[in-house]
Ligand binder design. Structure first.
Ligand SMILES: [Zn+2]
Length: 141
């Protein structure tokens, strides 16, 4: 799922990015407490039972962090965050600027530049871009 700046999302795509429709089976997700899948509760999640796909919400809201993700995508999202977050954690760029940089490099509008919204393919690209950026910065001084 790579969006271009001039591309408009359909209502269905928007619902997917809001966690309300499962991109794997196309059915509606359920809004449930995460204790359904974890031993302890980490708050509410959007969940598709048959696909074992889910995503969390922004603290104190019912707003999904992105699309629901299956096991494979969850692992890639973690890896993408690990590589990308280094850019602002090591202060190579301010956090907001790092997201702007990512948005431009991926060709995705800023409002959709959230790792929680990305596919496996896009996560892989984030890792590649972030690693390259960090490496260049390391040898820049
Ligand atoms: Zn599903």
């Amino acid at each position: 799922m790579i969006y271009h700046f001039d591309m408009k999302l359909t209502d269905r795509q928007k619902l997917i990015l809001k966690g309300k429709i499962c991109p794997y089976c196309g059915d509606e997700t359920e809004y449930v407490d995460s204790s359904c899948i974890y031993v302890v509760s980490y708050g509410m999640i959007y969940l598709c039972w048959p696909c074992n796909a889910y995503c969390g919400v922004h603290a104190g809201t019912n707003k999904a962090l992105g699309r629901v993700a299956n096991c494979e995508l969850r692992a890639w999202k973690k890896a993408a965050h690990k590589s990308f977050d280094k850019i602002w954690k090591k202060k190579y760029l301010k956090r907001s600027l790092a997201y702007k940089w990512l948005s431009i490099r991926l060709g995705i509008p800023k409002e959709y530049t959230h790792i929680g919204m990305f596919s496996v393919e896009t996560c892989k690209k984030v890792i590649e871009l972030s690693k390259k950026f960090t490496k260049e910065k390391q040898y820049a001084n």
